[in-house]
Design a protein around this ligand. Structure first.
Ligand code: HAX
Length: 388
């Protein structure tokens, strides 16, 4: 029998019905978040990793150390060997309602891969999924857009991102597109253990559902507007601002606050400074698209919004978060429809969630794995007897 967790906490009524916020439930080997420096992957601050190849960062999350050049090459070859999708996703995607959100398509796609070829081995399944996602993401875009003719074959010798862009075939500057996606994927791969999508994936896996079912659940969790879909909302917000004039932007921000609406791209549950992931994307934008209209808007927002938000002492962190810049960059490189942005977040997060599920299932408790999740809920009438 698993020990009851009550003794670990001095439980008071203030801990209940708060979405478990801040309540310790486990340990995480892949990443941690500090209030000043944000997320670190396996001890490395995210800014040190942002310029690397995404494959090397996937290797880091799964192996807890950066690869040597030989290990890096071997890992890319391993991903290539795993890349082939063992079925035809075309008819599946063709049958899905186009009105459905792309995140729902992503979830169905992941489930489908699992139904075709689940090895019931946490590592095998996590890596197979990572290797197959670039092609699946490209097909997802194409089928939603009705561009189903003459889809190029998957070229498994390409990098993860190039396999996506090769399938997508957008008539845009490929170098910029690959650069932006590469940084985007790395910045979004992991974010500690307690964020909703990671937690949900680990919880589902704790009942020994398959890696694919757990990951599809994670994607469903990520699709909520309070979680991953905030990046979609953020570009929609920037498009609504519509000007980079400082005074007009300030008036807009104040108007949103007066109307009780969030100022998207600002604030954070843990960070108490500007998110380094925002800073990394601003640096990239200054290099790639300093004169882009949306980029000019977010540059002004970065200057104006923290000052205005700081006037409200309730707001713990008035600074820019990761979502402020990603939409403007994706839009600039040709990915114009914000409805898709959370799928990139999901694609990236599969790396971190897969590594965390592996750790919980195969490494924790000397290899026995974390038991099935079973938090306690008090019946209303019990509550006052058990909790002071
Ligand atoms: N605009 C307006 N109000 C804000 C705000 C913002 N940017 N940031 C915080 N607040 C408000 C909160 O809504 C809360 O109000 P109530 O007390 O009335 O509920 C109050 O200030 C205190 O909030 P907090 O403790 O500072 O922050 P939370 O941990 O509750 O929330 C959020 C963090 C990111 C959800 C919040 O800052 C927010 O809504 N930001 C705008 C939306 C956004 O950019 N979301 C993307 C977040 C990035 C991320 O983590 N993605 O995964």
């Amino acid at each position: 029998m698993t020990e009851q967790p009550e003794h670990l906490l001095e439980l008071t009524e203030s801990h209940l019905d708060i979405g478990m916020r801040g309540i310790p439930v486990g340990t995480c080997r892949t990443s941690f978040v500090t209030p000043e420096e944000g997320v670190h992957y396996c001890g490395y601050p995210i800014t040190e990793l942002a310029g690397m190849a995404p494959e090397d960062v996937v290797y880091l999350l799964h192996n807890k150390e950066l690869p040597t050049s030989e290990q890096s090459e071997a890992f890319r070859n391993e991903l290539s060997r795993r890349a082939e999708i063992p079925g035809d996703l075309g008819p599946i995607f063709a049958a899905l309602p186009r009105e459905g959100h792309p995140m729902d398509w992503l979830s169905v796609g992941i489930h489908t891969l699992g139904m075709w070829d689940c090895k019931n081995d946490w590592r095998e399944d996590a890596l197979n999924l990572i290797a197959r996602l670039p092609r699946m993401m490209g097909l997802l875009f194409r089928y939603r857009e009705g561009r189903t003719e003459n889809i190029p074959d998957d070229n498994i010798s390409l990098s993860m991102i190039e396999r996506f862009t090769n399938t997508l075939q957008l008539d845009v500057d490929q170098e910029k597109l690959i650069r932006v996606l590469s940084v985007y994927l790395i910045l979004h791969m992991d974010h500690g253990g307690g964020n909703l999508s990671t937690f949900v994936g680990k919880a589902v896996a704790s009942g020994h559902a398959t890696l694919y079912s757990a990951m599809a659940s994670s994607m469903n969790a990520l699709s909520g507007p309070l979680h991953g879909r905030a990046n979609q909302s953020c570009l929609e917000f920037v498009l609504r601002v519509g000007t980079s004039d400082t005074e007009k932007v300030e008036a807009f921000v104040r108007g949103e606050l007066d109307a009780g609406r969030p100022v998207f791209g600002f604030g954070h549950a843990v960070l108490r400074a500007e998110d380094p992931r925002a800073a990394a994307q601003f640096d990239l934008g200054e290099e790639l698209c300093p004169d882009d209209e949306n980029f000019k808007i977010i540059r002004t927002l970065r200057e104006v919004a923290p000052r205005v938000l700081a006037e409200n002492p309730k707001i713990s962190n008035p600074n820019a978060n990761v979502d402020i810049a990603s939409g403007a960059l994706l839009h600039h490189v040709g990915l114009k429809d914000p409805n898709y942005y959370t799928t990139f977040f999901g694609w990236a997060r599969v790396a971190g969630i897969g590594a965390q599920i592996f750790d919980e299932r195969v490494v924790m408790r000397d290899g026995k794995g974390v038991p099935i999740y079973r938090p306690k809920y008090f019946a209303r009438e019990q509550e006052l007897r058990h909790v002071e």
